[in-house]
Design a binder for this molecule. Structure first.
Ligand SMILES: Cc1ncc(COP(=O)(O)O)c(C=O)c1O
Length: 350
């Protein structure tokens, strides 16, 4: 997170994870009556209802949070006690691991194998589970690879977790980047599922910090009470704008869809033509996890340093996903910039 806030910028910035910002002027909303303060002690009811309606769940199951970041933190803090076993995918989005460690969990990892197209293998999950396991954690779509885990596999993981009384936390912040036939949230798969998400990645309104958790009502209350220690009360004007965003969610999502799709097409061509790199291709998502071939020394850090210094192009080092021979590139900002970024990578690969 610190790297992304301080070192990811470049003329050709492929170190992104979400789509381009949605401008306020394009949001059909009348701001004349906007107030600074409102009735939102444990969340703003119209926003909770909008989130609940979006997912087809009871508003009692919705906990507002400051982005998916706080959603993941709150969810884990409400579920985990120090010493509990938490089983997390590998590779994983770094802050998810960091939160589990911060909460003094005993972290175990299950491997998503590149040779298996980064799929979740329930046998691997079962191997890590013990009676002390309290939580299994994954992202769907997966960050960094954008691989989608089908409902049947999620259900199997849910069964494995339930057999030892554990819960499954699914971070779905990228799920709506499946533009056609968007899967339903895994929250519907059973009471062992807890889901986190936000409007930050696929809708271009990251600044609203509109995030949420879906959990069974008792657990949801525990999270709201725990949040009394963190952000206490949400930002009211942000909630009002979030409700307006939910009213026009399709407009927000469609605005950048063509950019994501055009970028993905370019990426396919690039991967076909560049033998020094490879990646598991997906039909959706805003990121791709690229592997450097052995000929390039398999050291993405050195390559990315040179890429930035000599070619003004940035991408996210794989070391942040515990895979230092990879790097992550992001789609959905600006196709001209993306094309030039890929060009610069080709030049750097020589
Ligand atoms: C898997 C995953 N979860 C959560 C986040 C944080 O999202 P937010 O901006 O909603 O806090 C990110 C951001 O990159 C992410 O990749």
């Amino acid at each position: 997170m610190h790297w992304s806030k301080t070192q990811s910028r470049a003329r050709f910035n492929l170190a992104t994870s979400g789509v381009a910002p949605f401008p306020l002027r394009e949001l059909p909303v009348n701001l004349k009556g906007l107030e600074i303060n409102g009735d939102n002690s444990y969340g703003y009811p119209p926003l909770q209802q909008a989130i609940a309606a979006h997912h087809g769940v009871d508003p009692e199951c919705v906990v507002e949070s400051a982005g998916t970041s706080m959603a993941n933190h709150l969810a884990m803090a409400a579920i985990i006690e120090p010493g509990d076993e938490v089983v997390i995918e590998h590779p994983a989005y770094g802050p998810i691991l960091d939160v589990a460690e911060y909460l003094q969990a005993n972290v175990k990892r299950f491997r998503r194998a590149e040779e298996d197209d980064w799929a979740i293998d329930p046998v691997e999950v079962r191997r890590c589970i013990t009676p002390k396991t309290r939580l299994v954690v994954m992202a769907n779509l997966h960050n960094p690879t954008s691989v989608l885990t089908p409902g049947s596999v999620l259900r199997e993981v849910g069964d494995i977790a339930r057999s030892v009384g554990a819960l499954v936390l699914v971070d779905e912040v990228y799920l709506d980047a499946v533009y056609e036939g968007t899967p339903r949230t895994s929250f519907h798969l059973g009471p062992e599922f807890v889901v986190t998400s936000s409007l930050t990645k696929v809708y271009g309104v990251s600044g609203l910090r509109c995030g949420w958790i879906l959990a069974q009502p008792d657990l949801a209350w525990k999270m709201r009470r725990l949040n009394d220690l963190y952000s206490a009360t949400p930002v009211y004007p942000g909630e009002v704008l979030s409700v307006a965003s939910f009213k026009h969610l399709n407009l927000l999502r469609e605005r950048t869809r063509h950019i994501v799709e055009a970028d993905r097409k370019l990426l396919r061509g690039f991967l076909k033509q560049e033998s020094a790199v490879s990646a598991v291709e997906t039909q959706w998502g805003t990121t791709s996890f690229v592997r450097l071939s052995r000929d390039c020394g398999r050291n993405a850090d050195a390559f990315l340093e040179r890429l930035l210094l000599e070619f003004e192009t940035s991408a996210v080092p794989g070391r942040f996903f515990e895979m230092p021979d990879h790097f992550r590139i992001g789609m959905g900002i600006d196709t001209e910039m993306f094309a030039e970024g890929l060009n610069q990578i080709s030049r750097a690969l020589g």
